[in-house]
Design a binder for this molecule. Sequence first.
Ligand SMILES: *[C@@H]1O[C@H](CO)[C@@H](O)[C@H](O)[C@H]1NC(C)=O
Ligand SMILES: *[C@@H]1O[C@H](CO)[C@@H](O)[C@H](O)[C@H]1NC(C)=O
Length: 236
Amino acid sequence: MTVKKSKPRAEIQQRANPLTLWASRLAIGLLFVALCAWLDRIKARWYVFNPTELHELAQAAIASSPNDTAGMIQHIVTNLTLTHPSNKIKLNVDSSEWVFNNAGGAMGAMYIIHASITEYLIIFGTPLGTEGHTGLHTADDYFNILVGEQWAFLPGSLEMERYTPGMVHFLPRGTAKQYKMHTGCFALEYARGWIPLMMPFGLADTFTSTLDPITMYHTVRITAREMIRNIFIGKI
Ligand SMILES: *[C@@H]1O[C@H](CO)[C@@H](O)[C@H](O)[C@H]1NC(C)=O
Ligand SMILES: *[C@@H]1O[C@H](CO)[C@@H](O)[C@H](O)[C@H]1NC(C)=O
């Protein structure tokens, strides 16, 4: 009797095991999705910069240093240093720290003023002009033109959008455009959202096109350094 009983029980156990395994995997998956959804809902609490204030600052920088890109950048960095205490947010004030950025087929250089998990603020541009895909991002992007022009277009529109100094080109997360800096352009670019998820787009061209490990090294080094400096003061 005992032998007869134990055999079907063992069979049931063998069948139940994969089921519980998959059920627990599903539960962990759902928990992860719920955690991501929750983090996404509350991410705004970590934002320090304000897009409207940055837009005003970009306009003030243009007005204070006409035809002088370096002067505009200095104006921006000085203002941000005075208005944002260093125990709230860490800024990189070394405006000589530029690196190439190849992304979406476009090429320029950037100076990272701030990078954390939920925000970045950079000066991006090139005096030569460039063209490419904006990238499809997990962050809202505010592109404040300082010098030159940026043109953009969405499939379906037959006219180009045109952004000139003092204007802001807002690209909500989840949208992508073709853009062109026709004859050179520099901008103050502010992104808020999930910044690490933007990194693959920012580095992919290194592997598929430029094969420039030095630029990649410095991009990763500076970004990681700034993110870690911010994490240490609790700026996510
Ligand atoms: C920073 O820039 C903003 C916008 O131009 C301006 O209102 C503010 O007074 C400036 N603050 C300092 C300390 O320069
Ligand atoms: C800036 O450049 C424009 C066009 O190149 C010129 O008309 C203007 O006089 C310049 N302004 C200053 C302050 O140099």
